[in-house]
Design a protein around this ligand. Structure first.
Ligand SMILES: Nc1ncnc2c1ncn2[C@@H]1O[C@H](COP(=O)(O)OP(=O)(O)OP(=O)(O)O)[C@@H](O)[C@H]1O
Ligand SMILES: [Mg+2]
Length: 209
């Protein structure tokens, strides 16, 4: 399966969720490739910070030809996660065209909810070419026990796309793991951050079937 992690808005958690989702998929025994389609190269930086064995392969492909190259580059992998760029429209279009399922991280903030209309429009435009494509929101950086965390689902209901029931809470572990090029489960195997990522993986796999 090819999963495109996309949102035109910057800093919503595309790279954080991409590396952790890729790691979670790799943990199930799947062969996983992470494509860094962002010119900022954050996923490549994550991989470079890592010491020891990689959990999965990471390649940089910040070009609007991802959808044309993916069949070749993705050969031999069970799952491919594409970490998309913020803002760059032609790259985002290419990621949408490449993906079987687009996952849109959003933070529980009104600015993020408003800004999501850009990526939703791009997905709707691409629907002409990709009739079977699936797309869903995933709430990231939810703050535990706050109303804004609960309300975000309702606010996103204004868009025609579903919101995953699984969501990811704001936790310092995500930044700590990123600094070492690690996935959260490597720092805290039975912790809640790892459990939330696994829940996103399980729901996404079911959703994308
Ligand atoms: N659930 C979380 N808990 C705590 N910190 C988080 C979480 N998700 C993301 N962050 C932090 O938020 C910042 C932005 O995250 P990230 O780089 O993943 O976003 P992005 O959408 O990839 O950004 P860009 O648009 O620049 O590519 C990072 O410092 C990251 O560590
Ligand atoms: Mg990023």
């Amino acid at each position: 399966m090819i999963i495109g992690m996309l949102n035109q808005k910057g800093g919503v958690g595309k790279t954080t969720l991409s590396v952790n989702l890729a790691a979670s998929l790799a943990q199930t025994g799947a062969r996983v490739l992470l494509i860094d389609a962002d010119p900022q190269g954050s996923a490549l930086d994550w991989a470079a910070a890592r010491e020891g064995e990689p959990l999965f392969s990471v390649v940089g492909l910040p070009r609007p030809t991802v959808h044309k190259e993916i069949a070749q580059i993705g050969q031999g992998y069970d799952h491919i996660v594409i970490d998309g760029p913020p803002r760059v429209t032609d790259l985002a279009r290419s990621v949408i065209m490449a993906a079987d399922v687009v996952l849109i991280p959003v933070q529980p903030s009104p600015y993020d909810i408003w800004a999501a209309d850009e990526v939703v429009k791009l997905i709707q435009e691409a629907a002409i070419y990709k009739q079977n494509q699936k797309a869903a929101f995933v709430v990231n950086r939810k703050i535990a026990n706050t109303a804004i965390g609960r309300d975000v689902g309702e606010a996103l209901a204004g868009y025609a796309l579903p919101v995953l029931a699984a969501s990811v809470t704001q936790r310092v572990l995500f930044a700590e793991a990123a600094a070492q090029g690690k996935a959260v489960f490597e720092l805290d195997k039975s912790g809640q951050a790892a459990a939330e990522i696994d829940a996103v993986r399980v729901e996404l796999m079911e959703f994308a079937k």
